[in-house]
Design a protein around this ligand. Structure first.
Ligand SMILES: *[C@@H]1O[C@H](CO)[C@@H](O)[C@H](O)[C@H]1NC(C)=O
Ligand SMILES: *[C@@H]1O[C@H](CO)[C@@H](O)[C@H](O)[C@H]1NC(C)=O
Ligand SMILES: *[C@@H]1O[C@H](CO)[C@@H](O)[C@H](O)[C@H]1NC(C)=O
Ligand SMILES: *[C@@H]1O[C@H](CO)[C@@H](O)[C@H](O)[C@H]1NC(C)=O
Ligand SMILES: *[C@@H]1O[C@H](CO)[C@@H](O)[C@H](O)[C@H]1NC(C)=O
Ligand SMILES: *[C@@H]1O[C@H](CO)[C@@H](O)[C@H](O)[C@H]1NC(C)=O
Ligand SMILES: [Zn+2]
Length: 414
């Protein structure tokens, strides 16, 4: 059974208000990105790539939160800019769920939380993805078309990733990249490469904290300064983001919605970062995960819908896992693509001139010509869109049983 769902329409019905006004500035034209030809952007030697460089879009530290510190640090929560933003939001409407606590061991303290009814749609509790409060953008978590592997990489950019981006470029493979704000200001050319190559860029917060443990002000700052950093450095303002460890609830979603942000989660997790880090997880464990997910591409698991796979560009090990298994992934799945494309999100940034192909265009069943149904141009070969009307995502096909399982948090895959 396959159900047709109009995601964008659903959101419209429940009346998401217009996003608040922000004032992100950039001198970078995302349709015409020029990466400087310096050893840091071309070398495959890690030490060379990681040699400090100063970019023309250098960050003035006084204007930003402390890198890897809280997004409210360095006086950012009292700046005129942030205060104006904060005050433009009607906080009387924010869902009244408490700021969560961490346990002594650093995990989320769920003591006393109603995990059965999960009133806050707290992903960390039940993997809830469909908000229980009205007027909030729901999470995306699976590519809707059958046999599609949705590629996502978290925790970039960094120095030392040239070989990985070269690999994707050579394979003509686009992915969704979730960039950490602090990494973007540390390694701007890493972020610029992502936009230049036409990857789908999304935010991954300023300092990678568990979002439900932060105050409203801190959540807003984590999101806002990441948006600002990505815009400043690359010229695009993402419409998507991913919380660290998937930790979000309806309070956090509501704040993200004010900034016109929709969360992208996943339904398969490689646990690539955990190899040799978390007790009991070895490189073999991660290889086994990849092989299992690859098998799912041929044994009918994804006959009616696709996946979104969580992987990381955090270090050489995690990038190597992907590159090693990529040929088998390509073989097992009909299509391997970024999330914007698999979801028909043709304008994934506030800058509508950057246009991604629709799913049909990307798989070659519809013309890419602008005269047809809007241009299918990615930044790599950029061209302005002629219509602004196709910004909303179209209808999304869900596998009925899978969808119901997900609703009740029963999806064993998550
Ligand atoms: C700003 O954030 C800092 C923490 O970074 C906090 O100590 C301070 O109370 C906040 N100021 C206001 C006005 O909210
Ligand atoms: C960035 O890459 C360098 C070199 O590979 C590594 O030492 C560092 O831990 C990375 N930083 C982050 C935040 O991922
Ligand atoms: C497909 O393979 C996966 C991974 O081995 C397994 O979990 C799943 O049950 C299989 N599904 C079917 C329909 O055989
Ligand atoms: C449209 O462009 C994509 C690359 O963005 C390409 O893979 C696809 O084959 C093209 N479709 C057609 C019909 O030319
Ligand atoms: C549009 O399609 C036609 C053929 O259908 C082709 O000749 C032309 O080059 C295409 N234009 C672009 C901009 O892709
Ligand atoms: C993408 O849009 C086309 C045309 O509107 C539609 O036929 C298709 O089902 C959509 N696919 C997805 C994945 O939303
Ligand atoms: Zn992360």
């Amino acid at each position: 059974m396959v159900w047709k769902f109009a995601l964008a329409a659903t959101t419209a019905f429940i009346g998401v208000q217009a996003a608040v006004k922000t004032n992100y500035a950039s001198t970078v034209d995302p349709l015409n990105v020029v990466l400087p030809d310096i050893p840091q952007t071309t070398s495959l030697d890690e030490a060379v790539q990681c040699t400090y460089y100063s970019s023309p879009n250098a960050i003035v530290p006084a204007e930003w939160p402390t890198v890897w510190g809280s997004a409210t640090s360095n006086g950012m929560n009292t700046s005129a800019e942030f205060t104006a933003l904060y005050n433009s939001i009607d906080w009387t409407k924010v869902p009244n769920f408490p700021v969560r606590k961490l346990t002594a061991a650093g995990g989320l303290d769920m003591a006393g939380y109603d995990n059965v009814n999960d009133p806050a749609c707290w992903w960390s509790s039940t993997t809830c993805k469909i908000p229980k409060t009205q007027g909030i953008n729901g999470d995306l978590y699976a590519c809707p078309e059958p046999e599609v592997w949705g590629i996502t990489f978290d925790d970039g950019p960094n120095c030392s990733h040239n070989a990985f981006y070269d690999f994707l470029e050579k394979e003509k493979q686009k992915a969704t990249m979730f960039y950490i704000g602090s990494n973007v200001v540390n390694w701007p050319y890493g972020a610029l490469r992502g936009v230049k190559d036409g990857h789908h860029i999304a935010g991954h917060t300023w300092s990678h904290k568990m979002m439900t443990t932060l105050t409203n002000q801190e959540v807003l700052a984590e999101l806002y300064y990441t948006q600002k950093a990505i815009k400043h450095v690359t010229g695009v303002t993402p419409k998507h983001w991913r919380p660290a460890l998937g930790d979000l609830d309806d309070r956090v979603r509501w704040i993200a919605t004010q900034l016109d942000l929709t969360a992208i989660l996943w339904n398969l997790d490689t646990f690539d970062w955990a190899a040799n880090v978390q007790a009991g997880v070895t490189e073999q464990t991660v290889d086994d995960h990849y092989q299992e997910y690859i098998k799912m591409g041929t044994n009918g698991t994804f006959a009616n819908s696709g996946n979104i796979v969580l992987s990381h560009e955090i270090n050489a090990m995690t990038m190597n896992f992907f590159m090693k298994h990529y040929p088998a992934i390509k073989k097992a799945y009909t299509h391997v693509m970024d999330v914007a494309t698999c979801m028909n999100i043709t304008q994934p940034y506030a800058e509508n001139a950057v246009v991604f192909p629709t799913f049909d265009q990307a798989v070659g069943t519809t013309s890419n010509n602008s005269s047809a149904s809007g241009s299918g141009t990615t930044p790599g070969a950029a061209k302005a869109s002629t219509t602004g009307a196709n910004a909303a995502s179209g209808s999304v096909t869900f596998n009925g049983p899978l969808f119901i399982a997900a609703l009740f948090g029963l999806l064993a895959l998550v």
